[in-house]
Write a protein that binds this ligand. Structure first.
Ligand code: IMP
Length: 416
C-alpha cells in the first residue's frame, strides 16, 4: 500500500524543517500542510532570491509538484494571496481545502487584544489570529474557505455574529467591519482564491491510489501541540504526526515513514516553561552562532541545551523512524556541551515528561566540545566528540539519526 511520508518538529518549532522539507520536496509529487497557519514560516534562498513560505508547502519550489493546504490549516486569505504572488501562476499546482477555516481581520484583532490583556500571563503568540480561529472552529462558529463561494451569505452571517457578540468586541476595543467593507473584502479573496479551493482529501487519496509520492509537512513542533505540549503555552493545533490524519482526512494506515526534525540544542520563542534554557553566556553564544531570531516575528529566540527527555517523548508520540539532527555546527567552539538526561522534580529523578514543565531542574551530562563540524558532508569527517554526541542522542532518544545538518546550505548535510 502506498503511504505518505511525514516530517514533524520535535521541539518548540524552528528546528529547521524548512531545509529538510525543501531537500525532500524535490523527491515528492505531492506536498501537503496539515495544521497551523501563517504563524509558521521559513525562508528559502533560490538562485539569490529570498522566498518566504508561511502557508504554501515547500513543494512549490519543485515545478512538477502539487501542493495541498489541508482542512486542518487555518488560512488568512490575505496572507495566502500575498505569499502566492512570489510564485507566478499556481493554477493546477496549489489546492486549498474547502474545509480549512478562515482567519479574518477580527480573529487577528482578538488575538492581539487578548495578549495585551493577559499582561505577564501572555502566551507570546505570533499575533496572527491562530487561537481565536481554531477556537471558533471548535465552538462551531467558524467559517471555512468553501464559504467564499457565496460571499453574500458569508458576509451576512459575519455581521450577525458581530451583532450578537458586540459586547465582547467593545470590551476588547475592537471595531468590527460593516457589511459593505466585509463583502468587498471577501469578494476580493473569492476572485483570486476560488479556482484553488477543492476537496483536498479526495485529491490526497487519489494521489496515493495512483502511487504518487506524498510528503506531509508539519508546522511548529511537538512541544507546542495543543494536547501534548506545554499547555497553555502552546499553539492551537495538533502539531504531532497524528494531526496529519485529521488535518488532511487520512487514516493512520496512510502514514509511512516519519522523520522528526530536532536541533542539536533547544530554542523556544514566546513564553512558557523551557527546562534547559541557558540564561548565561552560553545561551547567548547559541543565539548568536545559530542566528536564533524568529522568521515570522523577528523575536530573539530563547536558547538552551538538548533535552533528551522531551525528545524521547516526542519521538515516541510521533512514531519517529528517524531523527534529522539540525545545526550541529552551531555547537562548534564550545568547550563543554550539555545534554539534559533526566529531570529532578521535588528531589526525585524523573525520566518521563510530566504534565507540567514548571519547577523542573534538569539533570545534565556533559560532553567534551569540538570544532570543525561546519560544512562537513560525510559522517567519517566529523570530529570524534561530535560523533560521540550524535551516538549519545540516538541512545537517549531510542531513535536513530538519519541525517545531520552542518550548515544552512543544501550541500551541508550528512545522510547516514
Ligand atoms: P500562536 O500559534 O501564534 O497562537 O502562538 C502560540 C505559541 O506558539 C507562541 O509561543 C508562539 O511563539 C509559538 N509559535 C507559533 N508558531 C510558531 C513557529 O512556527 N515556530 C515557533 N514557535 C511558534
Amino acid at each position: 500500500m502506498n503511504k505518505a511520508d511525514l516530517i514533524v518538529g520535535i521541539q518548540w518549532g524552528d528546528e529547521g524543517k524548512g531545509k529538510i522539507v525543501d531537500l525532500m520536496a524535490q523527491n515528492y509529487d505531492v506536498v501537503c500542510r496539515y495544521q497551523g497557519g501563517h504563524n509558521a514560516g521559513h525562508t528559502i534562498v533560490v538562485r539569490g532570491k529570498t522566498l518566504a513560505l508561511h502557508l504554501i508547502p515547500s513543494g512549490v519550489l519543485n515545478k512538477d509538484a502539487i501542493n495541498i493546504i489541508g482542512n486542518g490549516v487555518v488560512i488568512s486569505p490575505k496572507a495566502l494571496i500575498e505569499e502566492m504572488k512570489q510564485f507566478g501562476d499556481l493554477h493546477g499546482r496549489l489546492f486549498v481545502s474547502d474545509k480549512a477555516h478562515m482567519i479574518l481581520k477580527y480573529h487577528i484583532l482578538i488575538d492581539q487584544a487578548r495578549e495585551r490583556l493577559r499582561g505577564d500571563k501572555a502566551i507570546g503568540t505570533t499575533g496572527r489570529g491562530i487561537g481565536p480561529t481554531y477556537g471558533n472552529k471548535i465552538e462551531r462558529i467558524g467559517h471555512r474557505m468553501g464559504e467564499l463561494r457565496d460571499t453574500e451569505k458569508l458576509a451576512k452571517n459575519l455581521i450577525e455574529y458581530f451583532e450578537i457578540n458586540h459586547t465582547v468586541f467593545e470590551a476588547l476595543e475592537i471595531t468590527t467591519q460593516n457589511y459593505d467593507e466585509l463583502k468587498a473584502e471577501l469578494d476580493s479573496y473569492a476572485k483570486i482564491l476560488l479556482p484553488y479551493i477543492a476537496d483536498t482529501t479526495a485529491l490526497v487519496w487519489k494521489s496515493l491510489d495512483e502511487q504518487k509520492r506524498v510528503l506531509l509537512e508539519g508546522a511548529q513542533g511537538t512541544l507546542l501541540d495543543i494536547d501534548h505540549g506545554t499547555y497553555p503555552f502552546v499553539t492551537s493545533s495538533s502539531t504531532i504526526s497524528a494531526g496529519a490524519c485529521i488535518g488532511l482526512g487520512l487514516s493512520p494506515k496512510d502514514i509511512g515513514n516519519v522523520t522528526g526534525i530536532v536541533k542539536a540544542y533547544c530554542t523556544r520563542v514566546g513564553n512558557g516553561p523551557f527546562p534547559t534554557e541557558d540564561f548565561g553566556d552560553e545561551g547567548k553564544k547559541l543565539r548568536s552562532n545559530g542566528h536564533e531570531f524568529g522568521t515570522t516575528t523577528g523575536r530573539p529566540r530563547r536558547c538552551g541545551w538538548f533535552d533528551a527527555v522531551a525528545c524521547r517523548y516526542a519521538s515516541r508520540i510521533n512514531g519517529c523512524d528517524q531523527l534529522s539532527l539540525m545545526k550541529l555546527d552551531v555547537l562548534d567552539g564550545f568547550e563543554k556541551v550539555k545534554v539534559c538526561v533526566a529531570y529532578e522534580i521535588d528531589g526525585k529523578r524523573v525520566d518521563t515528561l510530566p504534565q507540567s514543565l514548571e519547577n523542573i531542574t534538569p539533570i545534565y551530562e556533559e560532553f567534551a566540545g569540538w570544532n570543525g563540524s561546519k560544512g562537513v558532508k560525510k559522517y567519517e569527517d566529523l570530529p570524534k566528540n561530535a560523533k560521540d554526541y550524535v551516538k549519545k542522542i540516538e541512545e537517549l532518544t531510542n531513535t536513530k539519526v538519519g541525517l545531520i545538518s552542518t550548515g544552512p546550505d543544501r550541500e551541508e548535510t550528512i545522510i547516514l
